[in-house]
Design a protein around this ligand. Structure first.
Ligand SMILES: Nc1ncnc2c1ncn2[C@@H]1O[C@H](COP(=O)(O)OP(=O)(O)OP(=O)(O)O)[C@@H](O)[C@H]1O
Ligand code: SF4
Ligand SMILES: [Mg+2]
Length: 331
């Protein structure tokens, strides 16, 4: 298969905690680590899923990839080019190539401008185009997302939820972006509209050969859409690999718990209520407070074990790594 279009290695993002007046905090307590050394890569035309419960860092990842947040540590390559977050031209390169579609189309569309103006926002160099050229590009983008031409002069408030999401997509596609980060793009939509948008996304991917990073809570959507998937838990990727393989044989206890519970939820709160995990552990394996398979080794943080078809961050595969047999350690 082709070379990776995006390579992310050891990405760590942290935010400064708000401390109360006169409260002093040690250096470690000043920062909240939201993404902890995560690594993955995506190939052209691939859909890479990210699944994780509320607060696991999915949106932070999306925003970091378009340069909204500056990571603490990282090695990111876009089309083989190393990205330096301190350089403005590199941030512009990220934004030129990677677009985001948010969950809430209402919040991301300016209600005071028309659909065609919103779509044109996705063109960084629109000043250089004549009105005729710009109109042509807007029409092409709206055709791609199957938005009727009659809606181009409407305002967002006059559109249905599905149409608003089509406008968000057209705005991302008009500039010829190569990677789309879709941050729960269908979770605010009715089920029948969700299916329309998912099918549209599949068609666009095949037509334009773009890549998706598909963020969702819904495991059924992951199954339907994604070639590969990463399972994110409080900022750490605990397992990643081929979607079919992970659903057939989840290796990490957290993934198995999620799939065993057959989770398919429409909102973050439902997800976390249904999967009642304990607090993440600050020491050792992050999942140990909820893990039914925990044993003595789990007091130390596990490395990532390469099981061939998946990467798993769990001590159960320590034995498998050594023997390359692929079977979990006997307790
Ligand atoms: N700008 C910020 N400053 C400080 N903390 C932040 C900021 N953005 C996110 N966080 C914190 O980082 C954690 C991860 O947030 P994020 O929005 O990335 O989660 P998420 O997985 O997208 O959740 P959801 O499923 O609810 O959308 C949360 O604890 C959140 O409070
Ligand atoms: S490392 Fe230990 S506690 Fe963590 S998921 Fe694996 S078995 Fe469970
Ligand atoms: Mg989010």
């Amino acid at each position: 298969m082709n070379e990776p279009i995006l390579e992310v290695e050891n990405l760590t993002v942290q935010f400064k905690k708000k401390t109360k007046l006169f409260q002093s905090a040690g250096d470690e307590d000043k920062w909240k680590r939201v993404l902890d050394s995560i690594s993955f890569s995506i190939k052209q035309g691939e859909t890479f899923g990210i699944v994780g419960e509320t607060g696991s860092g999915k949106t932070t990842l999306a925003r970091t990839l378009v340069g909204i947040y500056r990571p603490k540590e990282y090695r990111i390559k876009l089309n083989g080019k190393q990205i330096d977050f301190r350089k403005r031209e590199d941030i512009l390169l990220l934004r030129k190539n990677i677009g985001i579609v948010f969950q809430d189309p209402v919040g991301s569309l300016n209600p005071r401008v028309t659909v065609s103006e919103i779509i044109s926002e996705g063109l960084p160099d629109q000043q250089r185009l004549t009105d005729e050229q710009l109109g042509k590009k807007i029409k092409e983008a709206s055709e791609l997302v199957e938005l009727p031409e009659s809606k181009l002069e409407a305002y967002p408030t006059e559109l249905s939820g599905g149409e608003k999401q089509r406008v968000s997509l057209a705005r991302t596609l008009i500039g010829g972006k190569k990677i789309l980060v879709l941050d729960e793009p269908t979770s605010s939509l009715d089920v029948s509209i969700q299916a329309q948008i998912l099918n549209l996304l599949i068609g666009l991917k095949n037509e334009l050969s773009i890549s998706y990073i598909f963020i969702t809570h819904d495991l059924n959507v992951i199954k339907f859409m994604c070639d590969r998937v990463a399972v994110l838990y409080y900022g750490q990727i605990l397992e990643q690999g081929n979607t079919h393989e992970i659903f057939e044989r989840p290796r990490h206890p957290y993934t198995a718990d999620l799939i065993g519970a057959n989770l398919s939820f429409t909102s973050s709160s439902e997800f976390s209520v249904a999967h009642e995990s304990g607090e993440p552990s600050r020491e050792g394996c992050i999942y140990q407070n909820s893990c039914g398979k925990r044993y003595t080794a789990c007091e130390k943080s596990p490395p990532i074990f390469d099981l061939g078809k998946s990467l798993v961050k769990c001590w159960l595969y320590d034995y498998a790594e050594k023997s390359r047999a692929g079977s979990p350690r006997e307790k």
